[in-house]
Design a protein around this ligand. Sequence first.
Ligand SMILES: Nc1ncnc2c1ncn2[C@@H]1O[C@H](COP(=O)(O)OP(=O)(O)OP(=O)(O)O)[C@@H](O)[C@H]1O
Length: 634
Amino acid sequence: MALLARRVRPDDWKPIGVDALEANAMKVVVSTDNRSVIAGPGAGKTELLAQRAAYLLQTGMAPPPRRILAISFKRDAATNLAARVRQRCHRSHAGRLDSMTFDAFAKGLVDRFGQALPERWRPRPDYELMFPNDTAFRGFLFQDVGTPPKAIGSYADLQAISIKTFERSLLVGSPLPVMGWPDPTVGQWAADRFWQSSLHEGKKTFLSFSMIGRLAELLLRVNPIAREALRLTYSHLFMDEFQDTTQIQYDLVRTIFLGTDAVITAVGDNKQQIMRWAMAMDDPFSAFDADFSGKRTPLYNNYRSSPELVRIQHVLAQALDARAVEPVSKTAATIAGESCAIWDFSSPEIEAQRLARFVAAEMKAHALGPRDFVLLVRQKAVDYAAVLEPAFRAAGIPLRNEAGTVGAVMLQELLAEEASELLVKVLRLAMTKRAGRHWTECQEALGALRGISPEDEAAQAIFARELDAEATQLSADHPEPPASKADARTIVDDVLGFVGRERLIAVHPAYAQGGWFEKVVEAAAVHLHGSSAGAADWTEALDTYEGLYAIPLMTIHKSKGLEYHSVIFVGLDDGAWWSFAGDQVEATAGFFVAFTRAKQRVVFTYCAKRGARTKIATLYGLLSKAGVQTIQIA
Ligand SMILES: Nc1ncnc2c1ncn2[C@@H]1O[C@H](COP(=O)(O)OP(=O)(O)OP(=O)(O)O)[C@@H](O)[C@H]1O
């Protein structure tokens, strides 16, 4: 696909990389007004944003030098959107899309403008991130905070505050008052004490991402210059997975963009709302439509799943939203036999063996790779991995627990980190034979970090020579994959030394604080060493690093936005879904997310040794209603 640098006339623009978009999707792609797109799984919501970015950038409807800001919830979703746009657009266009997570966006604002906050809210520049849990809040409320002044309330009043209320409603529930709470309730007093002690009273400032979100909103509210700078920078805003927006994030967007000429596109699926525990709003779409005059535009196709899977999905969808409309599948079935079944096993060991054999046979029959499959679990992936991994290894398929940690970082997160991605790109360029593709990728990615314009041919040529010299040096210094952790660390340091820590920090503010960069670098070294054990050469080590030939095992939460030929959900039982009764809607939404990752097949497994299936009878009821059979396997 030739990517054009020249501008395309809006009337001549065509979707890129797909045959067609459904009529409503096309309307949203070319829209000049605010839109909320609620559509089911596989409807092409992320694809729609990628096409819209291509349209706006290539036609100049997002006029340079203004940019598009795309905010996602997960780092890999942000990376995925940027990658889709890069595939479809010339790099001079794709470079005007800033795709990042909400947390990174808010943190970037606090890092750049935080010192202009009023003194009582101003963090120290070298603040660190914290991740307080219920125990920390309890300790604060019932011990550290002490007794409130008599005029405000008593210790008993403090104790009457629930931990959830303290965090969600009092600490970060609403925009921060510039001058503090004028006549605080006992709860507000405690919240203010938490803020002040975190900001000012320790050796360092400690902030959670929720607090950073609130500070970002405040600084833009009180700092018209910063606010105006953002408004001038961005002509368009995209928000993916909008169903998971928190009030903190929504307030930030409202403060920046309400009443401006920025055109906002919010896409999501309320049936996939599985972040209510993490403070997602009840109905962010209605708030958006009301505040921003958003025009609701539904999509009706499903490009991911076969007709039979879409039929079953619809039974689940109706349990979450009685008004759900059955989507039209645009994907043909390619497998024989049942698209979905529940397999009963007598023990987890037999289950593991049979699943491994099944996957191996399917790979052969349909010419599939291990990454066309996913093993999903509800939680505690490490426990399942202990039984599944040896069985898959015996069948010749490496299994990888993506929810596992290397060093201090979750594997799935490490792989989405820019530092890790660049490491792999540079090593593939330097160490592997067929390096053509990696050459282009490295030159683009590293050139962009150095601020070298794609159009500046002279500067690109000088940089190409530098890159070539670096690659030659690296392969001379490290002809073999590292044999020790220390070697791995040297290699990682060499590569990232060339990439440039300062340059990475400039683009990813998260690397500037809290030792995150060091954690990522260390995790990359640990993982590189682990991936090199037993590898015949660099290609094999790097393939293992990226998990190219390993079947992934992950939790439902981590599977959001992803898709696989076959989904195998291990453990549909009360044990795994112990909290089902507590929040049936969110649990059913999680079940829906898991189910809808599949293109062709979903297998649920059950083993009585892990638990009964009475508490989650509703889920079994839904599958049965959809005609899904339970089969006794072994
Ligand atoms: N117009 C289209 N034509 C062909 N394929 C498409 C089209 N739109 C999307 N797809 C493909 O369908 C799949 C699902 O698309 P996408 O991931 O954008 O869906 P989504 O609505 O964001 O899904 P989910 O909410 O389940 O994460 C992807 O493989 C994508 O490439």
